[in-house]
Design a binder for this molecule. Sequence first.
Ligand code: ZN
Length: 208
Amino acid sequence: MKFLTLFFPCVCPFCGAVIRDDQKCCKNCVKFTKITAHKQLLYEKYPTASLFRHDDVYRRAILKYKYHCQKQLYIPYSLMLQELIDEAFGDIKFDYYTSVPPHKRKKDNKFDQAGLLAKETARINKCKYVQFMEQVKDSKSQHHLHREERFVNVRGIYRVCDKRRSMLAGKNILLFDDVVTTGATLNECAQALMMQNANMVCCITVNW
Ligand SMILES: [Zn+2]
């Protein structure tokens, strides 16, 4: 049993029923976990796979994780992401998993939602998790911005930490985030990784 689950039992992402930490959801919600892997090529460069459309039950579930302190949802989500990796990227050997860094502005809420998903999935898949990036500039929340504004808003805000740069040359990286909308944030992070001569960056998210 994981430390966190002693205090906060695992719950079904879709209905909130208590589940075990080796379950993706409760038995009534199994119908929601059928993965129809959605793959897209972000900016014609970065293969990106997601579990669910950002709608209905899936939207409510990820918002509970992101904003409503149901941190323990990282456990069932990681089980689902691990299956998605097999399905979408089964032919790729990743050297590292990494994640979009948590927002700098969130002083009161240090919850690293993408990092938690990436770390747990790395643990399951016996891959190495490294946070390569840091946010160097502040940005507005992307939430209320239009597509074009989102690109401008995140331009140049991430970079690879100095001491991690030498680790990336020739490596295959899997980059995690919770939701991809326009892809501006993932694109910015992927570019920062490629600038340090990574061989390949693929992205994975819960919702798209
Ligand atoms: Zn359920």
